[in-house]
Design a binder for this molecule. Structure first.
Ligand code: SF4
Length: 273
C-alpha cells in the first residue's frame, strides 16, 4: 500500500505558538498554569500538558491563583474582565487570526451592520466573538435569508469555505447592503484545499485529530465530499484493519491541533498493516 500525506498537517502556526509559550512559562515560573477550557482541542495533548502543571478549568470564576492562559480561540469578554480585575498574571495566546475576527466584527457593529458570524454557536471562538458584540449578533451554520438593511459577515477561523460561501449567497436575497469579511484563517484554508486534492487521488483517507476539534471535523467534512471512504480518527488505536482490504493508496492528513507524534504513529501503523 502507498501512503501519502498532505504537505501541511498537524499543528498550525497559532497552536504551535500557544503551546511553545505555555511550555516555556511552565518551565521558567514553576507556577500552576490554568487554561480556560482546553488550550487546544486534542485530548492526548491536554493530558500531556496536565502532567507538566498546565491544567484546564471549565469555570473561570474558580481561578484564585497561578497564571491564567487565554487560549488560542479566545475567551469571553466578561471572563477576561474577571481575570484582569483579580490581578492575576495573564498569558494571552489568542491567535492573531482570531483577534482579527473579533476586530472586524466590532468594526461592523460600530458601523451599523447587523453582524452575522458564520460558525458553530457552541464553539469557544464564536462565543468569544459574540461576547465582544455584547451578544448582539447572529450565528449561522446553514444558508438562510435575513431581512435587514445592513448585514456584515465574518466567519469562524476554522469554517469550511463552501459552507461560508453558501451562507453569504443566501444572505444577499434579503438585504440592502452586505459587507463580507472572509476571516477563515490561512492555515485552515490551505489544509482544506490540500486535503481535498489528496482525497481525489487516493482510495481511502484518514483524518487525524481530536473528536472535539472543530477544525478536524470540518476537514473531515471537506474530505468526505470528495472521498466517501474517509475516517476521522483520534489516534492509531481507532484504525480498523478491515477498512483497508482492496485499498492501494491511503491519504493521511491531520487537524491544526493534532500533535506531530500522533501523526507519525498513525503513519507507522498504516505502513505496518
Ligand atoms: S487554526 Fe488558524 S486561527 Fe486557529 S489557531 Fe490555528 S492559525 Fe490560529
Amino acid at each position: 500500500m502507498q501512503v501519502l500525506k498532505t504537505k501541511h498537517l498537524g499543528f498550525c502556526f497559532g497552536v504551535r505558538r500557544a503551546i511553545n509559550i505555555v511550555l516555556r512559562e511552565a518551565e521558567q515560573s514553576g507556577k500552576k498554569i490554568y487554561t480556560i477550557g482546553p488550550i487546544i482541542h486534542n485530548p492526548q495533548m491536554v493530558k500531556d500538558l496536565k502532567e507538566k502543571g498546565i491544567v484546564p478549568v471549565d469555570n473561570v470564576y474558580q481561578i484564585d491563583d497561578g497564571i491564567v492562559v487565554f487560549r488560542t480561540h479566545g475567551i469571553k469578554k466578561d471572563e477576561e474582565a474577571y481575570i484582569k480585575n483579580k490581578g492575576l498574571p495573564i498569558i494571552d495566546t489568542t491567535c492573531p487570526f482570531v483577534k482579527r475576527v473579533r476586530k472586524r466584527a466590532i468594526f461592523l457593529k460600530k458601523n451599523g451592520y447587523k453582524v452575522v458570524i458564520v460558525g458553530d454557536k457552541n464553539h469557544p471562538e464564536v462565543k468569544s466573538v459574540l461576547s465582544y458584540l455584547d451578544n448582539d449578533g447572529i450565528v449561522l451554520q446553514l444558508p438562510t435569508s435575513i431581512k435587514e438593511k445592513k448585514i456584515g459577515v465574518v466567519s469562524q477561523t476554522t469554517q469550511d469555505k463552501e459552507t461560508f460561501f453558501n451562507i453569504v449567497r443566501g444572505l444577499i436575497e434579503g438585504v440592502e447592503e452586505l459587507r463580507v469579511y472572509n476571516t477563515i484563517c490561512h492555515s485552515t484554508e490551505i489544509r482544506q484545499d490540500e486535503a481535498a486534492i489528496l482525497a481525489s487521488k487516493v482510495d481511502l483517507m484518514l483524518i487525524v485529530g481530536g473528536k472535539n476539534s472543530s477544525n478536524t471535523a470540518k476537514l473531515y467534512n471537506v474530505v468526505k465530499r470528495v472521498q466517501q471512504n474517509s475516517y476521522h480518527i483520534e489516534t492509531e488505536k481507532d484504525i480498523m484493519p478491515g477498512w483497508f482490504s482492496g485499498i492501494n493508496k491511503i491519504g493521511i492528513t491531520g487537524g491544526a491541533s493534532t500533535p506531530d507524534h500522533i501523526l507519525d504513529i498513525v503513519e507507522r501503523r498504516v505502513k505496518n498493516l
